[in-house]
Design a protein around this ligand. Sequence first.
Ligand SMILES: *Cc1c(COP(=O)(O)O)cnc(C)c1O
Length: 360
Amino acid sequence: MDNQFDPGLLVRERLKELIPYQEVSYPEVIKLNANENPYDFPAEIWRDINEMLGAQSFTRYPDAMAQQLIRELARCYSVGEDNIMVGNGSDELILNLMLTFGAGNRVVIAVPTFSMYGIHARVAGAEIVEVARLEDFGLDVPGIIRAGESAALVVICSPNNPTGNSATVEQVQAILAGCQCPVVVDQAYVEFGGQDFLPLLDSHPNLVILRTFSKAYGLAGLRVGYLFARPRVLQYLFKVKQPFNLNIFSQTAALAVLRCRDIFARQVAEIVRQREALYKAMRQMPGFDVLPSDANYLMFKTCYPAVKIFEGLLERGVLVRNFGDPLLTRYLRVSVGQPEENMIFLHSLQQVIAELGEKD
Ligand SMILES: *Cc1c(COP(=O)(O)O)cnc(C)c1O
């Protein structure tokens, strides 16, 4: 029986080619690899969450429509409640978009970018059409529109992960007008900078905006993302949505966080100040080029293979992001941490580069 059973015979080739997103965890490091909020979660909001949880029963299913959270999101962002969908992280919403529009169709992705678009597109059985970004990582707008003609979904990220640059209103408007399909703009980092494209929802029925509580709002561990779109688009997404995708704990925490947005606005302002300081310091160091960023991370290009720098930093207890992407073999990304973490990163980077230089 054992040697007759081969599950691989039943799995489509395109899925077999997929490399799973598996993050190795390194204990006891300075974690600057995942663009999380580096500060401790505010104690006063934690108290609010506990109080709000006390009134709930875990024996019952969560609110499938997440009504309280959706009402608060609608109020905060001045959109209709029927313009919002929440997900188990925006990752789940990306999967739902791919299952709804991508399955059996073409999906256009502007690369290099966040790897989950390609992974979920593949899982959904979509055909992926990659449109390369320009030399400076700006969008190839005519290229995207041309590819979009035969596609069912276009995905762009702004500010883009990992390059840190943003799209302009003119570019996004041109893509929305030039494409007959939904255009997803992932704004996971918009709290840190770049243009907010939500105002375009009024005039563009094919715009879909993705946002998350994982980066600026410090809830990466609880998995809460949300999406703004027209009801005409949302009606199809609701067909594939898991009914109880957002658990009671996450719904409650996201609601408490929204009610205290000013606390996070102060953290974001500090992170942006730190980003600028880190950028200036890195620009003055020899051995690599750092790109300007609208987000809470910086991408830099080194004259050594990125993996060497990655390993050297890890030996010194600093974890940054190395990419498997062939477009980015000499690039690394570092998240902005707390000031003392950034200092240790800078110091370690200087040491690693000096050491590699001596070996040459
Ligand atoms: C981190 C990230 C996400 C994922 O957010 P979750 O809400 O934690 O799933 C989505 N898009 C981009 C571009 C990201 O960098």
